[in-house]
Design a protein around this ligand. Structure first.
Ligand SMILES: [Zn+2]
Length: 271
């Protein structure tokens, strides 16, 4: 099923850029391009990302049975409850939850100014130039999901990626890219936690699955366990489900590609 496609300029790209009066870059029509990069397939790709992640997150939430000392569930996943909750849990809401920022009613924007100043100062202290719109972008970021352990004051940004599993290093490379995305946020949050003596620790955990269904098995299972999925068999079931779901979703992207107009009757070299 997964062969090498003939290396030609991507027809969907040509059409996509033409409609914007731009020249298409020399994208080749490879599996990686179709699965991960082709701008013409961005919408189905986003839908697929959400589809796999929603199912994985549902399983984690349902199976996270570890209890804390008060015999309550150790982990909570507030932004996983609904699309609305996910919308709501941006950077300011996370800071508010940890007692690092007070969200005031509309019109009383002074605390927002204070937060912006903190963001600016933190970047300046680290030799990073930051404009007003960069600050806005920084605060508008939203992790895929969040996990909190209130007793131990742990906040974990959860990120999910479906990546092209071309070579042996793909998972390590993707891990680096993902961590880079929130590196400054984690630094900033942990700096505020120390400064305000709130005792929270903020970190990031990634779940990465290759489009061909490969994943770093031990790491994947360990991360499920870290989030309170104590039952070994359940972890294994979640892993298998995620791989299956990813494979069927990757297959769906290919179907989108071949069904898209503008491809004439061209057949791939091998598939
Ligand atoms: Zn393309």
């Amino acid at each position: 099923m997964w062969g090498i496609l003939k290396e030609v300029k991507c027809r969907l790209c040509e059409k996509h850029y033409k409609s914007k009066n731009q020249t298409a870059p020399d994208s080749v029509e490879s599996v990686g391009h179709i699965q991960c990069y082709c701008p013409a397939l961005e919408r189905p790709r986003i839908a697929i990302h959400h589809g796999i992640w929603r199912e994985l997150m549902f399983s984690i939430r349902k199976s996270s049975t570890e209890l804390n000392e008060k015999k309550e569930p150790k982990w909570c996943f507030p932004s996983a409850l609904s699309p609305e909750a996910h919308e709501e849990w941006g950077m300011t809401k996370i800071l508010e939850f940890m007692g690092l920022h007070e969200v005031l009613p509309l019109g009383q924007g002074a605390n927002r100014e204070k937060l912006k100043k903190d963001v600016r100062d933190y970047h300046t202290a680290h030799g990073i130039e930051i404009s007003e719109s960069d600050i806005h972008t920084f605060l508008a970021r939203r992790p895929d999901r969040l996990a909190f352990d209130k007793e131990n004051k742990l906040c974990v940004f959860l990120e999910f990626t479906r990546a092209m599993d071309t070579d042996e290093d793909w998972a390590i490379r993707k891990e680096g890219e993902k961590n880079g995305r929130y590196g400054t946020h984690l630094g900033f949050f942990n700096y505020l936690c120390r400064r305000e003596k709130k005792g929270w620790k903020v970190s990031q955990t990634n779940f990465t699955v290759g489009v061909r269904g490969s994943l770093h098995t031990n790491q994947f299972l360990d991360r499920l366990e870290l989030l309170g999925v104590k039952n070994k068999n359940t972890r294994e079931v979640i892993r298998k489900q995620t791989v299956q779901k990813t494979l069927s979703m990757s297959d769906m992207i290919l179907k989108f590609f071949f069904a898209a107009p503008g491809r004439k009757n061209q057949q791939p070299h091998s598939l």
